[in-house]
Design a binder for this molecule. Structure first.
Ligand SMILES: Cc1cc2nc3c(=O)[nH]c(=O)nc-3n(C[C@H](O)[C@H](O)[C@H](O)COP(=O)(O)OP(=O)(O)OC[C@H]3O[C@@H](n4cnc5c(N)ncnc54)[C@H](O)[C@@H]3O)c2cc1C
Ligand code: SF4
Length: 462
């Protein structure tokens, strides 16, 4: 049998659902607030002094201030409060795990067991300026400084945008032919319906001073040494390009997929029905990627989808709300189990054997020896990503790294003079969009300060 025939026989096929079901399954997961709902919700805010929600926001948005402006009808001012701290305020309103950030610490949880819907209000205010093409940013006069930003994801564009507003000229070098990084290629489609990722990028570029070079991959078309020579500063926001390998992968040639690649195809697909989907799907992993691939494959028509995670619900990278979301979508989550063998016929996957796990006396993960099998014609690896070291073209040894990621100080400076970094490619973060945006902003402030100091030192010497 040909590989394609085998895959079909195993149950992997396209168009599992009627055409109209795809649009419905990938429509906006949450309806936006109506003007009346926004007013009612903004009225629930207590405008706390030293507000805990602000402390919990990685970008430090003045949340009571933007909510008060919604309550008084000043939508532009509200969006200014948001976007001034978080250039990706519209995306973050949709994708932030607010339940563990701002909304998780809202004092209304204590009084009414229900936080102020900060994310929904943030979306309301930012959509208002986008829908009316009201620009809240203006660019400062040209400084004459030139900065190279590598990577056009949330970290890179946040840095580029902040630098541009401060008057610097920025060149963004992006490996793909679209900007947005995982906002465009990763985040689940139903969180970002209506092309919001590109609308937001377009809005940010409107400020001017940012040139984009597509198809420019650091380590291939461009070299860090050249950028350091040609520009006054360099920011690396290259995310994580490599994917962890599953040791068992070689045991089946058909049916094992990388979740990130599949999601990227899904996000870029104009015809969702064309995507191949199995009947019984197993996802290995416990983070947001595992939740997203499982839920999306279920919404593409897979009959049985099971996430299998080697530890308990509390250790999953995905929040409780995200786990609930997957389960509400009909995804099963099995904890304390790890894959030990792929079962296949003629190289095509037909099942996975797992071993139950537990913590031993030293709190290390150990197998219990008991095993079980799950039928599967499709298996997704969602077990984390790695920094693609080839991107650092010979500088990998010069840059300090920890756990395979770039080490930076509190201002985003790497160990290489003149080079800053932020987002998923740096060590110590939680791999969230909002943190990537904050890293880009912090680095931009530091780069700006360094450039101005160098200029005034030069003027003194001159
Ligand atoms: C499937 C998935 C779902 C997610 N869902 C959420 C969510 O719902 N909420 C949330 O907060 N976070 C989510 N995240 C995490 C979030 O997307 C990331 O934390 C965030 O995008 C990191 O931004 P970044 O700019 O550091 O990297 P990226 O978004 O990865 O952007 C990096 C950019 O650099 C480019 N690039 C890479 N290498 C090179 C190179 N060598 N040369 C030039 N350019 C290069 C890439 O093409 C890309 O455009 C999700 C992640 C995944 C994988
Ligand atoms: S904690 Fe809640 S009530 Fe207090 S300012 Fe923040 S959103 Fe408003």
């Amino acid at each position: 049998m040909e590989p394609a025939d085998r895959a079909r026989a195993a149950g992997i096929r396209s168009n599992r659902l009627p055409d109209e079901a795809y649009a419905c399954n990938f429509a906006d997961a949450h309806a936006p607030l109506t003007p009346n709902q926004a007013l009612v919700e903004s009225d629930r805010c207590l405008f706390c002094y030293d507000a805990p929600c602000v402390q919990a926001c990685p970008t430090g948005i003045d949340i009571p201030s933007f909510i008060r402006k919604i309550a008084t009808g000043n939508l532009k001012g509200s969006a200014q409060d948001i976007l001034g701290e978080n250039a990706f305020g519209a995306m973050c309103a949709r994708v932030c795990p607010t339940e563990v950030l701002c909304e998780g610490s809202c004092v209304r949880n204590l009084q009414e067991h229900k936080p102020v819907a900060i994310g929904a209000l943030q979306r309301y205010a930012t959509d208002w300026v986008f829908d009316r093409a009201v620009q809240v940013f203006a660019r400062a006069p040209e400084t004459g400084h030139r900065v190279a930003v590598v990577g056009g994801g949330p970290a890179g564009l946040s840095c580029a945008h902040r630098l541009a507003t401060l008057g610097h000229r920025v060149s963004v070098f992006e490996a793909h032919d679209k900007l947005g990084g995982l906002n465009e290629y990763g985040v689940a489609g139903y969180k970002v319906a209506g092309g919001i990722a590109q609308r937001e990028v377009d809005y940010l570029l409107e400020v001017g001073g940012i040139g984009i070079r597509f198809g420019q991959r650091l380590g291939q078309e461009i070299a860090l040494a050249t950028l350091r020579q040609d520009y006054d500063a360099v920011f690396l926001g290259i995310g994580l390009g490599a994917v962890n390998a599953l040791e068992l992968e070689a045991q089946a040639t058909h049916g094992v997929y990388d979740a990130i690649d599949y999601i990227a195809d899904l996000r870029q697909s104009a015809a969702l029905g064309a995507l191949p989907v199995g009947r019984s799907v197993v996802v290995i992993g416990g983070g947001m990627t595992a939740i997203d691939i499982a839920t999306q494959v279920k919404r593409l028509g897979a009959e049985d989808v099971t996430i299998v995670y080697r530890r308990g619900p509390g250790q999953m990278g995905a929040s409780g709300k995200e786990q609930d979301w997957a389960q509400t979508n009909g995804v099963r989550i099995k904890h304390w189990s790890r894959p030990v063998r792929l079962l296949s016929t003629d190289g095509s996957l037909d099942g996975v054997e797992f071993e139950f796990t537990r913590l031993d006396d030293r709190q290390m993960l150990a197998g219990t020896g008991e095993r079980f099998k799950l039928p599967a014609d499709m298996l997704f690896k969602a077990i984390g990503q790695l920094l693609l070291r080839d991107s650092l073209d010979g500088h990998a040894e010069l840059l300090d790294t920890a756990s395979g990621r770039i080490v930076v100080d509190a201002d985003g400076r790497t160990s290489l003079p003149g080079v800053w970094a932020g987002g998923d490619c740096v060590a110590g973060g939680r791999d969230l969009t909002v943190e990537a945006v904050q890293d880009g902003k912090v680095a931009a402030r530091s780069i700006d300060q360094a450039l101005r100091q160098a200029q005034s030192a030069g003027a003194h010497h001159g």
